[in-house]
Design a protein around this ligand. Structure first.
Ligand code: HPA
Length: 278
């Protein structure tokens, strides 16, 4: 059963947060599997667990803490999701994207999304960071779009444009920061699947043919909701494992978490550089 979220519900959750924070956040950040550490860099942090907020789903996945961290990073007021909620946990598309709606209503004009992903591009190796330049909405193609149901006209149009899901100016800023810090930054298309099962070799061959460079179980619905509200988006995939197109190795959640340790500092360096330029 789809559960559609109303503007009143979004504003109720936003109001609860507003009462606890001194400044209006400008940038939202979503931390993917194994990438929680980035939230530890937030200055003057205020922590708000999702389970204290009305209508909020609660993250059930190991490696996802499940709270907002609100403070500053590089002097910019930020609201960080330390742990996200996935569709495969059994929540509706509306519920898993409610946090993005709330960040937007609180004043965030931009969103930085991060995730752990399998490398579909044969050149990618675990530990790589991929700047997301575009996305394949495979969940949407099979009928799972977070904008289904009554349109929230106060936030955005019924048929939002998706010609530039990831902001070109932010993409350039990320490239520049990576170069300045001598970090190798991969680039490519992120394909979003529902999970929770990893892909079969045939799934992966299909994704490669379709133009995917990385594959994961999140991000795409969040980016659609952010773009619906006019937020500018920057995205990174931490490549935690090589997609196994011939079935000769297995993929585990443990390796996804482990790779996060190498990836987090790289993503942090780039995100800080972009924040400085925002
Ligand atoms: N597939 C899907 N999601 C993932 C993977 C993967 O190989 N690695 C990390 N998240």
């Amino acid at each position: 059963m789809q559960k559609f979220i109303t503007l009143a519900q979004i504003d109720e959750a936003a109001e609860k947060i507003r009462g606890k924070i001194p400044v209006k956040p400008q940038v939202g950040l979503i931390l993917g599997s194994g990438l929680n550490g980035l939230a530890d860099s937030v200055q003057n942090p205020i922590h708000i667990p999702y389970n204290e907020l009305p209508h909020f789903p609660v993250s059930t996945v190991f490696g996802h803490i499940g709270r907002f961290v609100i403070g500053t990073l590089e002097g910019k007021p930020v609201i960080v999701m330390q742990g996200r909620i996935h569709y495969y946990e059994g929540y509706s598309m509306g519920e898993i994207t409610l946090p993005v709606r709330v960040m937007h209503r609180l004043g965030a004009h931009s969103l930085v999304v991060t995730n752990a992903a399998g490398g579909v591009n044969s050149e990618f190796v675990p530990g790589d960071v991929m700047l997301i330049t575009d996305q394949l909405n495979l969940m949407g193609m099979s009928g799972l779009n977070p904008l289904m149901g009554p349109n929230l006209d106060e936030i955005g149009p019924r048929f939002p444009d998706m010609s530039q899901p990831y902001d070109r100016e932010y993409i350039d800023m990320a490239r520049k920061t990576a170069k300045e810090n001598k970090l190798t930054l991969r680039e490519g298309v992120y394909a979003g699947l529902s999970g929770p099962s990893f892909e079969s070799p045939a799934d992966l061959r299909f994704l490669r043919l379709a133009g995917a460079d990385a594959v994961g179980m999140s991000t795409v619905p969040e980016v659609i909701v952010a773009r619906h509200g006019g937020m500018r988006v920057l995205g990174f995939s931490g490549i935690s494992n090589k997609a196994n197109l011939d079935g000769s190795t297995i993929t585990t959640h443990e390796e996804v978490i482990e790779a996060g340790r190498i990836i987090t500092p790289k993503i942090e360096t780039i995100v800080r550089g972009v924040l400085r330029g925002m």
